[in-house]
Design a protein around this ligand. Structure first.
Ligand SMILES: Cc1cc2nc3c(=O)[nH]c(=O)nc-3n(C[C@H](O)[C@H](O)[C@H](O)COP(=O)(O)OP(=O)(O)OC[C@H]3O[C@@H](n4cnc5c(N)ncnc54)[C@H](O)[C@@H]3O)c2cc1C
Length: 246
């Protein structure tokens, strides 16, 4: 059992909810199943996102005039340029995914939030980041923010970017790319976690994340204070979000 430090605390910070009209400024394909869309707009001037775990509500209008809202991670924000990047997994079934696949510069959208941030300390003895393509943007942002020397293991069901990303913590990062949800669980099950107090952040499909959380609590003997596991989508459901903390 890894003891929980009384010094490391997750900070919860609320933000005033703002709805921002934005325009697609750039579309960049990172891999076969991921596109990064950079939005711009003066409305972003006071945008704040304090954690890789944050999400915004992305609102788009379909060709039929329907309004659709979905959750996405703010990946990169440039205050001076008033730009915000979001990375969309191209999973092939959803309205938001289809919108992103066809997105063109000049298109309009609305970005709301984030309403709040959970700021997870960076000074844990180790970090384990786990997820599928829906979680890869948050994992990528966390890897960009962690300092040189941070001990990190990442297990991702998805495809690496082309060209590959580079991070400050590259020398102490072990990255496992896996091809399906079973391999994700199997890889985590086979890890020997380093000594000291660590933290696990994980997100992905609901049943896969439930199984992962059980594995972390039972087989890995971690405490629930050492993890944040979330369902970012659920097979067969639209617009699903659940935090698995009970
Ligand atoms: C806090 C939070 C942050 C998120 N951040 C991101 C992010 O940065 N990038 C990102 O790509 N996604 C992210 N997601 C997940 C995204 O919100 C969902 O995948 C969403 O359902 C996509 O909307 P859609 O309109 O494309 O599909 P929906 O209309 O919601 O779903 C249609 C069908 O597609 C299936 N489906 C939905 N998502 C996926 C998927 N990822 N893979 C395979 N099948 C799927 C559903 O089960 C359903 O059958 C996040 C979710 C949460 C809760």
């Amino acid at each position: 059992m890894h003891p929980q430090s009384s010094e490391r605390r997750i900070q919860r910070i609320r933000h005033e909810l703002r709805h921002r009209e934005v325009t697609v400024a750039n579309v960049q394909h990172l891999s076969a199943d991921m596109v990064r869309i950079t939005f711009s707009g003066e409305t972003l001037a006071d945008f704040v996102s304090l954690s890789f775990d944050d999400h915004v509500k992305f609102t788009l209008t379909t060709a039929d005039g329907d309004t659709v809202r979905r959750d996405y991670t703010p990946v990169a924000f440039q205050a001076e340029a008033c730009t915000l990047a979001i990375e969309f997994a191209l999973h092939g079934h959803g309205v938001a995914s289809s919108w992103a696949r066809a997105a063109q510069p000049g298109q309009q959208a609305i970005i709301s939030g984030p309403r709040g941030s959970m700021v997870i300390p960076q000074d844990y003895a180790w970090h384990l980041l786990v997820g599928d393509s829906s979680a890869l943007p948050a994992i990528r942002r966390r890897l960009q923010e962690l300092p040189i020397g941070a001990q990190v293991v990442a297990v991702v069901h998805g495809q690496p970017s082309t060209p590959p990303d580079s991070f400050a913590c590259d020398d102490t990062l072990t990255m496992h790319w896996v091809s399906d949800a079973d391999a994700l669980l199997h890889t985590v099950a086979g890890l020997t976690l380093p000594d000291g107090e660590g933290f696990v952040w994980a997100a992905g499909e609901a049943s896969s994340m439930r199984a992962l959380r059980t594995l972390l609590l039972e087989a890995k003997q971690l405490s629930k204070h050492q993890m944040r596991v979330a369902a970012y989508w659920k097979q067969g459901s639209s617009d699903f979000h659940e935090r698995l903390d009970d």
